[in-house]
Design a protein around this ligand. Structure first.
Ligand SMILES: Nc1ncnc2c1ncn2[C@@H]1O[C@H](COP(=O)(O)OP(=O)(O)OP(=O)(O)O)[C@@H](O)[C@H]1O
Ligand SMILES: [Mg+2]
Length: 362
């Protein structure tokens, strides 16, 4: 049985109007004292080699604007894939193509074993889509919204009630089940929206910015739900997000979309290793100590106002030890020492810097 997602749920996804990102400060080239390799934490395992989502050469333009300029994807079953990119990069457009809501101008894609163009109904029967903006019906209460979805999926009345109750419980909405959705907070709406998507037990789930606007606690609840879907039910998740920590926390693999192409793809650790920016920051009590330390480290960047010295570093312990040894040998004592490793924010900002900012990315 094939069950198309209700019209408009994902197609209501609109444009978010967040401010653009600014470029990072470039890190200096590594110093001689900082030469050890980065100790990467093991990548999250990819559970299956079978592709739940694959695409090659996906293209899409609106008028003269090229949004997707040849996108290739291979997302294994039971894994979480995060698509990042600045506002307007084409994340929602990619979700819309893969979930059959719009057609691509070129290229091919298969989702849950079916071709999105030629077997759209089969794809729709296997997927769930939660759009960028919650698409719940304000005139109904939470339970009625879920029962409506159960009807659309042709579930028997008893089974529909059972699933609705289970989902309300799972999303901690049981108490609010009979309250009008118009009285729900943004976080409750988002949870109900995802619960509605899960009524059809999708094998592949598209989540377009699932936690935008949620407070940190609600965001973590949503993460737990997403992790549970993957671990307990083997669902494949394709999510877009502006929260890089979210991608870091959830995704097995991450891709960054910019100017119509995927400019980077890999695990969070792989992406972080591509970006310089890790450093050890030393804070000194006076200018004399700062000058003495600056002489000890060739590639370090002193800030004479803040009385700090920034030494390029991979964040590894051997590098830290080497820096402390050099300080000790030079009889220089900083007041504080801070180790900073690049995070996904650095990766995102470096990879998606606008042309006039590119010179800050090495
Ligand atoms: N129906 C449409 N008609 C014309 N242009 C469109 C349409 N849908 C999207 N676009 C354009 O395509 C580009 C990509 O939009 P898309 O919504 O996919 O970006 P996004 O990466 O999801 O952005 P955001 O982070 O703001 O959600 C934008 O320039 C947008 O204006
Ligand atoms: Mg979007």
């Amino acid at each position: 049985m094939t069950v198309p997602p209700p019209a408009g749920r994902a197609s209501r996804a609109g444009r978010a109007g967040r401010a653009g990102a600014s470029a990072p400060t470039a890190a200096p080239a590594p110093a001689g004292a900082a030469t050890s390799a980065v100790s990467a934490t093991p990548a999250k395992s990819t559970k299956s080699a079978i592709s739940a989502i694959s695409a090659s050469g996906l293209r899409k333009s609106y008028g003269s604007k090229v949004v997707l300029d040849g996108i290739d994807l291979h997302i294994p079953e039971g894994s979480v894939f995060a698509l990042l990119g600045p506002n307007g990069a084409g994340k929602t457009t990619t979700v819309e193509i893969l979930s059959t809501l719009i057609g691509a101008d070129g290229g091919r894609a298969r989702v849950a074993g079916h071709d999105v163009a030629r077997e759209a109904d089969l794809v729709r029967g296997a997927i769930g889509v939660t759009g960028q903006f919650a698409a719940v019906d304000n005139l109904l209460n939470a339970e009625e919204n879920l029962l409506l979805m159960a009807d659309l999926h042709h579930l028997e009345r008893r089974e529909g009630r059972r699933r609705a109750a289970a989902l309300l419980e799972r999303f901690e909405l049981s108490e609010a089940a009979r309250k009008p959705v118009s009285s729900f907070s943004g976080g409750m709406r988002r949870k109900l929206d995802l619960a509605m998507t899960l009524v059809g037990s999708p094998r592949v789930l598209f989540l377009d910015e699932p936690t935008t606007g949620l407070d940190p606690r609600s965001r973590r609840t949503m993460w737990e739900i997403i992790r549970g879907l993957v671990a307990d039910e083997g669902v494949t998740i394709f999510l877009t997000t502006q929260y890089l920590e979210e991608a870091d926390q959830l995704a097995d693999r991450i891709a960054v979309l910019d100017h119509g192409t995927l400019v980077a793809e890999g695990t969070a650790e792989e992406l972080k290793r591509r970006i310089p920016g890790g450093h050890i920051l030393l804070q000194f009590a006076d200018g004399g100590q700062l000058d003495a330390a600056t002489e000890l480290f060739g590639a370090a960047a002193p800030d004479t106002d803040a009385l700090t010295l920034q030494i390029p570093s991979d964040g590894g312990i051997p590098t830290l030890r080497a820096v402390l040894d050099v300080l000790s040998a030079g009889e220089v004592e900083p007041e504080t020492l801070t180790v900073r490793t690049p995070d996904l924010d650095d990766v995102f900002l470096a990879l998606t810097a606008r042309p006039d900012q590119k010179e800050t990315v090495r």
